[in-house]
Design a protein around this ligand. Structure first.
Ligand code: M6R
Length: 609
């Protein structure tokens, strides 16, 4: 989604801003822009990639010692240069903005009444004119930004510069992340630490309601009450090389192949030291795990599917009632609060607005026990949670989540064991058996990766199709959902997943010889039922593509293609079976020539509603 970078220095900031935008590219965007103060507001905007903006910047020899830049993912108004940020008011104020201003129509009408003329269809332009309006009256950019923020409703992070005050840059946040980077005699603003990592590791995470003024000599922050506050300075541990592609063609390919290492790193704590809740999830977690009477898992997209798998473990192993809900549904539902419930948010980015808002809602409802499973350190969701477990997948750049999913599953199984142990439901023998099973997982993932050549052959055929069905039952149904999501988001093939038992209640009508049906069918308690469902498909001429393990005893026959993982992974089988569906989606997309890492219309971190 949209990205913000700002810099105030005594050197040319254009390379800093351009490099920062490149580091934010993975988030997904459709246009890019930059504005610096240098004898007027000098602005360059381009539809398309940052590199196109960079070429134009070079051609115009743009330079300046204070400036703001932005990558836009369109919400209000089409993908056009005039809608790209920065937006300018009366050649005097320039603004970049992430998020959505909900009351933009009301503000637009008010500003038109004050004589302002609008040039774009964006909600952002009201911010530029509001700052202009207040700055004209006070000549104080910090005050003007605070007054503007007070007029806005919705979620936003903004960065502002004013021609008349080249020694100040301001920012404000509400609901969208905004960080300040501290340098020596220079300071920075960004929506994501990764944009600043080449310049500084000293960062301040602004809180909701904060407004900041950055000067070369320092920064000032006021909170939502208007009180000057000192926010903690963090030293970011993010690796500056995290985004290197190495020998791979795509980030998604790299990330799929990193999974044995990512899962093994994520499991390191539990494998080395056993199921020690306090060590794994934080001080005080064990007594909370002992006292809770249920678990609610909140997430979106792939992270939600990880939650659907975990429900089987929570109820089957820890014997704790567990529900799973999409964040954007939960936050608006009139649910019944339960102070003894553990709220677990699952998020790769830690920034997903729908999940963050669901967490806030749970807290507002008086649910005190919050735990986050997250891949990005220092991000918003873990910072708002009492307990945290960081998956150790490393930076995930491809929009399609892969290693985040399998590491989330590893983390959720660890959480299940910790809850079971705290409740006295995991004795020493069961604990060491479970850890022994976990030890095998990275190796089993590697075996699944070795199936790639066979999956490539299937992908040749899938690439010719426009529709696909994915089936699974029980704990493997979420893997079918994940397979369908991966395929649709990167290959644009319409794919749907159903619990196999549901087939005869409707989707069977879609099955004919042109509809490939993928079945996730390793050996589990429901395998015989799945086999019957497969017969229903074959009887209608449907072609079956079956992911099984050696214990499922499938043989190939006409219309039935089988790929087997060499080991049965028991309860942890969904982790292993995620690999072949990821590879199928990747190779199918490759054959169709889509932009695998940046699929159309999607963004990596979904920071708007
Ligand atoms: O960062 P999060 O895990 O909170 O993201 C949630 C979803 O937006 C994400 O999983 C999305 O569904 C992926 N593009 C799926 O591959």
């Amino acid at each position: 989604m949209c990205g913000i970078v700002g810099a105030i220095a005594s050197r040319d900031v254009v390379p800093i801003l351009t490099e920062g935008l490149k580091r934010l590219e993975y988030r997904g965007y459709d246009s890019a822009g930059i504005a610096v103060l240098n004898d007027g507001i000098r602005r360059v905007r381009r539809v398309g990639r940052v590199v196109e903006m960079e070429n134009a910047v070079r051609a115009e020899d743009l330079k300046g010692i204070i400036g703001i830049a932005h990558t836009r993912w369109a919400t209000h108004g089409g993908v056009t240069e005039s809608n790209a940020h920065p937006h300018v008011s009366n050649d005097e104020i320039a603004v970049v903005h992430n998020g959505i201003i909900e009351n933009h129509e009301e503000q637009r009408a008010r500003l038109k009444g004050l004589g302002y003329v609008f040039e774009s269809q964006t909600d952002t332009e009201v911010v530029a004119h509001l700052v202009h309006h207040y700055f004209k009256a006070s000549g104080d950019l910090f005050l003007a930004t605070r007054k503007t923020a007070a007029d806005l409703r919705g979620a936003y992070a903004i960065g502002v510069v004013a021609l008349a005050d080249p020694d100040t840059m301001t920012g404000a946040r509400m609901g969208c992340p905004l960080v300040v980077g501290l340098g020596d005699g220079e300071n920075f603003l960004a929506s994501d630490v990764s944009a600043l990592i080449a310049e500084t590791r000293r960062v301040i995470y602004l809180e909701d309601g904060d407004v900041v003024a950055l000067q070369r000599s320092g920064v000032r922050v006021v909170d939502r009450a208007g009180t000057e506050v000192h926010r903690v300075v963090h030293i970011s541990e993010l690796s500056a090389n995290a985004v290197d592609l190495g020998p791979y063609q795509h980030y998604m390919q790299k990330e799929i192949h990193e999974q044995p290492r990512a899962v093994s790193d994520t499991l390191e704590g539990v494998i080395d030291s056993g199921v020690d809740a306090e060590g794994l999830f934080g001080a005080g977690s064990e007594s909370v795990f002992r006292d809770i009477d249920s678990v609610l898992l909140l997430a979106s997209g792939t992270s939600y599917y990880a939650g659907l798998v975990a429900r089987f473990w929570m109820e089957g192993v820890a014997r704790v009632p567990c529900s799973v809900e999409l964040g954007h549904e939960y936050r608006y539902r009139d649910s019944i609060p339960n102070a003894r419930q553990l709220i677990v948010t699952i998020s790769q980015s830690g920034e997903t607005l729908d999940t963050m808002e669901a967490l806030k809602r749970a807290k507002e409802l008086g649910q005190p026990h919050t735990l986050s499973i997250c891949n990005v350190r220092e991000s918003a969701i873990p910072r708002a949670s009492r307990f945290v477990f960081y998956t150790r997948a490393g930076a995930e750049i491809g929009v399609a989540s892969t290693k985040a999913f399998t590491t989330q599953l590893a983390a959720l199984f660890t959480l299940t064991l910790a809850i079971a142990k705290a409740k006295g439901r995991l004795g020493p023998t069961a604990e060491s058996d479970a850890i022994a099973q976990l030890r095998f997982v990275p190796g089993s993932i590697q075996h699944a990766l070795n199936l790639e050549p066979q999956i490539q052959a299937w992908a040749e055929r899938f690439a010719q199709r426009e529709h696909a069905l994915f089936l699974g039952r029980g704990i493997h149904y979420p893997v079918a959902l994940e397979g369908a999501l991966k395929l649709k988001e990167i290959s644009y093939i319409h794919a749907e997943a159903y619990p196999a038992g549901e087939l005869k209640h409707g989707p069977l009508a879609l099955v004919d010889a042109s509809m490939p049906v993928v079945v996730i069918a390793p050996n589990d308690a429901l395998l015989e039922k799945v086999k019957s469902n497969m017969q229903e498909v074959r009887a209608r001429g449907g072609e079956l593509y079956v992911f099984a393990d050696l214990d499922s005893h499938f043989t190939e026959s006409e219309g039935v293609h089988v790929i087997r993982t060499p080991r049965h992974a028991g309860l942890l089988s969904p982790i292993v079976h995620a690999i072949p569906v990821q590879l199928l989606a990747y190779h199918t997309a490759l054959r169709r020539g889509t932009d695998v890492d940046k699929p159309r219309n999607l963004a990596k971190a979904v920071t708007v509603e």
